[in-house]
Design a protein around this ligand. Structure first.
Ligand SMILES: Cc1ncc(COP(=O)(O)O)c(C=O)c1O
Length: 463
């Protein structure tokens, strides 16, 4: 791939892209170019992205000041989606079908963050807490401002919840056999240290069956049901609304691992009716790595122990008193976010959510779920050469498919994934709890041609 000539980039960027609020464009651009436009950013992709950013003012103008975004028709065609795809730095010879691990952050968001880091350093401006991210996020998922706190990832939210719920020895917690390590270890650790008891259920082939399996696991000692909204393994959507209603009816706390839904599906935590919901922005919301969130229903905030606190968690403290004292915790879920935080990263997260809103949650969901449906149908045509693990019922199918290759080779799934890797098709192997399957994630920047390429690879592999 030919590197972009620096002078060309400078001219184009000076003309097309002003980095948000940043006023002194010249020194910024001189600084930005070697880092922001590395040789690996393909010339063709850069040109089309820059051209897009330069087109006439549209909806995006106020989101990324002076960086215009393409406006999309309500039913975008393939050309429109290609236009969007060119806003992503992902190399065009790479077929990235592993969004479930990490989403690709679009160029305007990366540009904005670069600007924010630079501005922080130039002005020596220590980031002071503001509510921009919580407000935007709360609007998207139906949480009130006081019920949301920002974390660094899903696992941090899981730990706050796991250790925050007062539990005694022998109290039971229901989890699934399809947990991610981040969803499993905090609870296993608490079981190890404090003697709580973990019961696991298998996800069913349908939403109704999953609910039934959970119901069957409930005993008089069950205190918490902590399950994923969408497990990382085979990506089925759990009937979380029904699960939380069941929990509530039995006075059981519900804690939902929402690593995947944000940016994939529209959902509302109040409609789900959960006590806790924790997720991240670096997967389907395509935000920067290192930003997550935790929702705590306000009715349960004061019953939730705050085991880790520091600056911003409480009102004051006095080291001259004997013994030293502290004031009360702040009256909101923000008490769980403590100490110095990465302001530019949070600004990037805000921009990622604005980008998401600009492309349009409905359009995104339709596109990504449509691609997954196509993929699942094509995989089902392989008949008994594969085992389809993701449910085929529509309410349970999101944007990820898990399947197993059925032949005599015990390493077939791993070998297929590494063959695909060699062809620059990126998939995820699911080894958790011996599930042993291939996971394919499709987001809106993927397309049918890429799905077809994967199918062709599978045909070749199966011989
Ligand atoms: C369902 C689920 N829960 C938890 C996690 C852990 O997320 P994080 O690495 O952001 O802590 C993941 C990560 O892939 C996940 O898929």
């Amino acid at each position: 791939m030919r590197p972009i000539p620096e002078d060309f980039g400078q001219i184009l960027l000076c003309n097309c892209v002003s980095f948000g609020k940043y006023k002194k464009s010249k020194p910024l651009i001189t600084f930005v170019l070697p880092t922001l436009l590395p040789p690996q950013l393909e010339r063709r992709k850069f040109l089309s992205a820059a051209a897009l950013l330069a087109i006439s003012p549209s909806l995006g103008a106020e989101i990324f000041p002076k960086t215009t975004m393409p406006s999309l028709p309500s039913m975008p065609n393939e050309e429109d989606w290609n236009t969007i795809r060119n806003l992503f730095p992902l190399k065009s010879d790479k077929i990235f079908l592993n969004n479930g691990t990490m989403g690709i952050t679009p160029l305007p968001v990366l540009h904005y963050m670069q600007h924010a880091f630079l501005e922080t350093a130039e002005n020596g401006s220590y980031p002071s807490h503001n509510d921009d991210l919580q407000k935007l996020l709360g609007g998207l998922i139906g949480a009130e401002l006081d019920e949301l706190t920002i974390t660094k990832n899903v696992s941090e939210g899981t730990n706050h919840v796991c250790w925050g719920i007062p539990l005694k020895k022998k109290d039971e917690v229901i989890l699934t056999t399809h947990e991610h390590v981040g969803g499993a270890l905090p609870w296993i650790n608490r079981a190890r240290l404090e003697g709580i008891v973990i019961k696991t259920i298998n996800p069913g082939k349908t939403a109704a069956e999953t609910l039934k399996n959970i119901e069957a696991a409930i005993t008089k000692k069950t205190r918490v049901i902590a399950v994923p909204h969408i497990p990382c393994t085979i990506g089925q959507i759990f009937p979380v609304k029904e699960i939380c209603a069941l929990a509530r009816s039995k006075n059981i706390i519900s804690a939902i691992d929402g690593a995947h839904p944000l940016g994939m599906l529209s959902f509302n935590v109040k409609e789900i009716g959960c006590d806790y919901y924790y997720g991240c922005l670096h997967k389907w919301a395509l935000g920067p790595l290192g930003v997550g969130f935790l929702y705590i229903n306000k009715t349960i905030l004061d019953q939730t122990r705050c085991t880790h606190i520091a600056a911003y968690s409480n009102t004051d403290f006095n080291m001259n008193a004997t013994p030293p004292t502290m004031g009360g915790l702040v009256n909101t879920a923000h008490r769980f976010t403590y100490g110095t935080y990465c302001g530019p990263l949070w600004s990037g997260a805000v921009k990622a959510l604005e980008f998401y809103k600009h492309i349009g949650p409905e359009r995104i969901e339709k596109r990504s779920r449509g691609l997954t449906t196509t993929l699942q149908n094509k995989l089902l045509e392989f008949g008994n050469k594969i085992e389809m693990l993701t449910p085929t019922e529509e309410i349970s199918r999101g944007c990820q498919i898990g399947f197993r290759i059925k032949n005599n080779n015990p390493k077939a799934n791993q070998e297929f994934i590494s063959e695909c890797n060699k062809k620059r098709i990126i998939l995820r192997y699911v080894g958790e709890s011996g599930i042993d399957c291939v996971r394919v994630s499709t987001h809106y920047y993927n397309n049918e041609t890429e799905v077809e390429r994967l199918i062709e690879e599978l045909k070749t592999f199966l011989g």
